[in-house]
Design a protein around this ligand. Structure first.
Ligand SMILES: N[C@@H](CCC(=O)N[C@@H](CS)C(=O)NCC(=O)O)C(=O)O
Length: 198
């Protein structure tokens, strides 16, 4: 069986969470990293014209959450119980909401970005954090067992914790200690470290 994961040449966002899932599931895969200049032409060949795309024996699967669910179901990293699985899906979808709602696209003047991000963090993001905090059994979402939903949540939190967003401090999640505990536990997971420190 030949497996590849195509994404851009950086370890973050939707590409990182899928690479982590493949690595931790123990699936050998080709880590295809596109250069920006390769994208316009490659985009035409990808379902929905976006990345990441998982390819197994010539068959393509797009959409990061679908990729994670597939890998999780195949490798014991997505709950077998339908209700619990749906709770994980719901959380993963909320991570996608966060990515889409984060204000401050390329070219936005800094003053406007500051105003929008401060309002976003005081409002939508605060509510999101409280909702996530409520669900974490500790250290991971479902206790001691790592699931693909943990990898998606970790990946989005990592961008905040590593000070990736202007005007939202890396300490933003400090009022929710279980989020910090969660983040540190996934960050220290041997499979996550093996990938990030390689
Ligand atoms: N809903 C999709 C979103 C995919 C997406 O927007 N990917 C970005 C990179 S993270 C992308 O391909 N951007 C380039 C483009 O849309 O042309 C998913 O979850 O995979």
């Amino acid at each position: 069986m030949s497996t590849s994961l195509t994404y851009f040449n950086f370890d973050a966002s939707r590409g990182l969470e899928c690479r982590l899932a493949l690595t931790i599931a123990g699936v050998p895969f080709e880590d295809v990293r596109l250069k920006r200049e390769q994208w316009p032409e490659t985009k035409l060949t990808m379902p929905y014209g976006a990345l990441p795309v998982l390819e197994i024996d010539g068959k393509k699967l797009a959409q990061s959450t679908a990729i994670l669910r597939y890998l999780g179901s195949q490798h014991g990293m997505h709950p077998a119980d339908a209700w619990t699985a749906s709770q994980h899906d719901s959380l993963m979808q909320s991570v996608e909401d966060l990515r889409h709602k984060m204000p401050g696209g390329r070219g936005m003047p800094d003053e406007e970005k500051k105003e929008k991000r401060e309002a976003f963090s005081a409002g939508w993001l605060t509510r999101w954090a409280a909702t996530i905090d409520d669900q974490l059994q500790g250290p991971y979402l479902e206790g001691e067992t790592l699931h693909v939903a943990d990898l998606k949540l970790y990946t989005v939190l990592r961008a905040f914790m590593t000070d990736n967003y202007d005007h939202i401090p890396a300490t933003f999640f400090d009022p929710w200690p279980s989020i910090r505990t969660f983040y540190e536990a996934v960050d220290a997971h041997e499979g996550v470290r093996a990938w990030l420190d390689r």
